[in-house]
Each structure stands twice: as structure tokens, then as C-alpha cells.
Write a protein that binds this ligand. Structure first.
Ligand SMILES: [Fe+2]
Ligand SMILES: [Fe+2]
Length: 160
């Protein structure tokens, strides 16, 4: 079953929500490749998904550091653990094992759970740093130029 986005996954930070949606798209692409039984495509999607997720983690961690998020350290640890688990899967795949099913369900469960819980937890802290979209529209708090520049710079650093 493909994952459909729902509001429990929203952090309210546009740039982050866009990245999370892209991750969900990759998970759905993986399911399609798996159902097709296309092994080459499956490995390609897995590679892209891991690569994109790693860039996302890097982006997120730098943003949280800038925002002075107090749980940055444990958050980083969770990202590290995830990468470790995924690496174990790719090592098994390299030995010829068919890991697509197991990896797909792990990714779907783990990433969605992480987004809905740990990621949503930093939402307030980051919104306070950049000034929320809503506040921006109401004309209360405009995003300070230096901060929006920071986000743009981060994007360039982690995504090509
Ligand atoms: Fe995260
Ligand atoms: Fe995230």
C-alpha cells in the first residue's frame, strides 16, 4: 500500500515538509519497483533513497544546530542509528540476499515514525527561529533576511 501524506507528518516548516514528502515518494517508488520484481530498479531506488535521506539528515542537523535545539544530540544519534541499520541491509543485498521487502517495511515504519515524533518535536524551536509562514502572512513576523539566507545556503550545501 502506498503511503499517503497526512497532517500528522507536517512539521509546518515548508522546506522540511517538502523534503519529507520526497522521502515518502521514494518509499512508494521502492514499493512499485519491488512489486514489478525489477531488481535493478529496486537497488537504484534504494540507493537514491539512502542518498537523499542522508542529505536530508545533514540539512536537518545543521538547521537544528543553528536553532539551538536542545535535543540535537539525541536526534543526531537517532539519524546515525538509522544509517547504520540501512547500511547493514545494503551489505546483505551486496551478498545477493533479497532484502527489498524487509527494507521497505523497515523504512516505511521507521521514517514515518521518526517524522511524526522526533521531527515534529523540533517544529516550534525552528519556527521561532525563522518566523512561521502563517505569522509571515499575517504580517506579524517576517522571516529575517539573514535567516532565510541561512536556509537557502543550507539547501545549496546539502542538495545538488
Ligand atoms: Fe530527523
Ligand atoms: Fe526529517
Amino acid at each position: 500500500m502506498p503511503i499517503t501524506w497526512d497532517s500528522r507528518l507536517d512539521t509546518g516548516i515548508d522546506v522540511i515538509d517538502a523534503q519529507h514528502k520526497r522521502i515518502v515518494d521514494y518509499i512508494n517508488d521502492l514499493e512499485i519497483a519491488k512489486i514489478k520484481g525489477d531488481k535493478v530498479l529496486t537497488m537504484e531506488v534504494i540507493e537514491q533513497l539512502i542518498d537523499y535521506t542522508q542529505s536530508h539528515f545533514g540539512f536537518e542537523e545543521s538547521m537544528l544546530e543553528e536553532a539551538g535545539y536542545k535535543f540535537l544530540k539525541p536526534h543526531k544519534k537517532v539519524h546515525e542509528l538509522f544509517i547504520k541499520r540501512v547500511t547493514e541491509f545494503t551489505m546483505r543485498a551486496a551478498k545477493g540476499e533479497d532484502i527489498a521487502d524487509e527494507l521497505h517495511s523497515m523504512l516505511a515504519k521507521w521514517l514515518l515514525n521518526h517524522i511524526a515524533n522526533e521531527d515534529r518535536d523540533y517544529s516550534e524551536t525552528v519556527k521561532n527561529m525563522v518566523g512561521s509562514e502563517a505569522a509571515h502572512h499575517e504580517g506579524n513576523v517576517a522571516m529575517p533576511a539573514a535567516r532565510s539566507g541561512f536556509m537557502a545556503g543550507l539547501l545549496g550545501r546539502f542538495f545538488r
